[in-house]
Design a protein around this ligand. Structure first.
Ligand SMILES: Cc1cc2nc3c(=O)[nH]c(=O)nc-3n(C[C@H](O)[C@H](O)[C@H](O)COP(=O)(O)OP(=O)(O)OC[C@H]3O[C@@H](n4cnc5c(N)ncnc54)[C@H](O)[C@@H]3O)c2cc1C
Length: 422
């Protein structure tokens, strides 16, 4: 079969939130952009469907505020553990709204991809990128993609490439990108259930979930109401030690649904088939770019290690990648890789360093259990914790880094004291 060719300025692998965001921010600057997406929209995606205020900011900036207004709005988090529940509203902040939305990825990803097309990007659906060819060093020469419907092969040449393939990152791995196995990693699974409580104005998380031996797991269960007669129920955990890696997530989700079933009017027999995936966190992959390509979203491991949130960071890193490429196009002597890495570090370096320390701490059950116990009994402890974990503190506060650091240190020492007395 003959190979056809596409020539463009920027080629993007994947039209999830990160790839479609990069495409949008390139296209509105009139930069010719082609996105290759192996699936056809709308499509299912394993996700809790929770959009925090950080995501809302990005989606509104792309002109998707009207789309969001037709979806289920919520005001904050109901945190539950050890028989207690605290309802913590999203913080008041000059940068972020005081609300989020719950939107199925079936609808959201289609809307973001269509928005990129409206802005001028070309999104080729059903095209799987099967190979990236390299000329020399860390430079991509072209991509080879297969139209899954016709079997037709296309070769795509571009000046710059964005890898936005999600967590499996086959193409990035073929270029030598690898995850640092000492850094945090997670797994999550979700299912949909019909319920009368689908219009609740809170998302809920259960922080004291146990394994089959009764040990508290470093992770949480969630119920995110969709406002359409359903809730998204899921379970996510940190898997950086062998002990937690072996947990059967399907069984853990069943135990959680059994526990909350009477409260939410759901049962293990009336849910959709559970689907799950990996959570690549804390930018724990390298290299994150080459001389003419960069990684965004889950491919660059942009999920927040504090809470497993990834959509906002996918949208943000897609935008950051587009900003960098646009700058390099008008300043051709700039080192793209160096610029992108320094921008990533500036935007997330300190916060993710803190998050990784926190994760190592709470992966230790003897510290985690008393820390959760204490936090759910003390609103003054829980409110800043939720703000820090969702990365919603005000960036206008010059002391924010110090305050954050002190806060996590305090929580750690309280938990250590609790551990020695347990
Ligand atoms: C169970 C679960 C629950 C989660 N819950 C939440 C939540 O509630 N809120 C939140 O903010 N985050 C959540 N996350 C994380 C969130 O889903 C991800 O961070 C987010 O999807 C990352 O977006 P992305 O664009 O980087 O990757 P993806 O959304 O994975 O998109 C990648 C796209 O690339 C395409 N692709 C892959 N390979 C190729 C190829 N070779 N050629 C062409 N196309 C390709 C894929 O088909 C896909 O469309 C959850 C994750 C899981 C697993």
């Amino acid at each position: 079969m003959s190979t056809s060719r596409i020539d463009t300025t920027v080629a993007i692998v994947g039209a999830g939130p990160s790839g479609a965001s990069a495409a949008y921010w390139l296209a509105i600057r009139d930069i010719p952009t082609v996105v290759l997406e192996k699936k056809h929209f709308p499509r299912e995606k394993a996700c809790g469907d929770g959009l925090t205020p950080r995501s809302v900011v990005q989606l509104e900036a792309m002109g998707l505020g009207g789309f969001l207004k037709s979806k289920h709005l919520y005001y904050g988090l109901r945190a539950k553990a050890y028989g207690k529940a605290l309802e913590i509203p999203w913080p008041k902040s000059p940068e972020y709204p005081d609300h989020g939305y719950v939107v199925t990825r079936y609808e959201l990803d289609q809307a973001i991809a269509e928005n990129a097309v409206t802005a001028g990007a070309e999104v080729l659906q059903g095209y799987e990128v099967v190979e990236a060819t390299r000329s020399k060093g860390s430079r991509i020469e072209s991509l080879v993609a297969k139209d899954k419907d016709s079997g037709k092969v296309v070769e795509i040449s571009a000046q710059y490439f964005v890898l936005a393939e999600g967590a499996n990152s086959r193409i990035a791995r073929s270029l030598g990108v690898a995850r640092d196995r000492n850094e945090p990693m997670g797994m999550a699974i979700r299912s949909y259930y019909n319920t009368d409580r689908s219009n609740e104005p809170w998302i809920e998380s259960q922080m004291d979930l146990k394994d089959e031996h009764g040990h508290v797991i470093p992770g949480y269960g969630w119920v995110f109401p969709l406002g359409d007669g359903r809730v998204n129920v899921g379970f996510g955990l940190l898997t950086n030690s062998d002990r937690w890696r072996s947990i059967n997530t399907t069984h853990a989700l069943e135990r959680y649904v059994t526990e909350i079933g009477p409260d939410w009017g759901i049962s293990t027999t009336n849910g959709s088939k559970p689907i799950g995936g990996k959570l690549q966190m804390g930018h724990a992959v390298s290299p994150r770019s080459g001389s003419n390509f960069l990684l965004v979203g889950d491919t660059v491991g942009s999920i927040n290690p504090f809470n497993g949130e990834g959509i906002s960071y996918a949208l943000e890193t897609g935008r950051l990648g587009a900003d960098v490429i646009s700058y390099v196009l008008s300043h051709p002597n700039t080192d793209l890789s160096r610029l992108y890495n320094s921008k990533l570090h500036g935007a997330y370096g300190n916060y993710y360093a803190l998050a990784k320390r926190f994760v190592k701490l709470i992966s230790e059950p003897k510290i985690m259990a008393p820390a959760i116990w204490m936090a759910t009994r003390n609103e003054r402890l829980m409110t800043p914790l939720v703000t820090v974990m969702a990365n919603l503190f005000s960036i206008q506060d010059p002391q924010v880094g110090d305050k954050l650091y002190k806060y996590v240190e305090r929580l750690a020492s309280l938990a250590r004291v609790a551990k020695t007395h347990s």
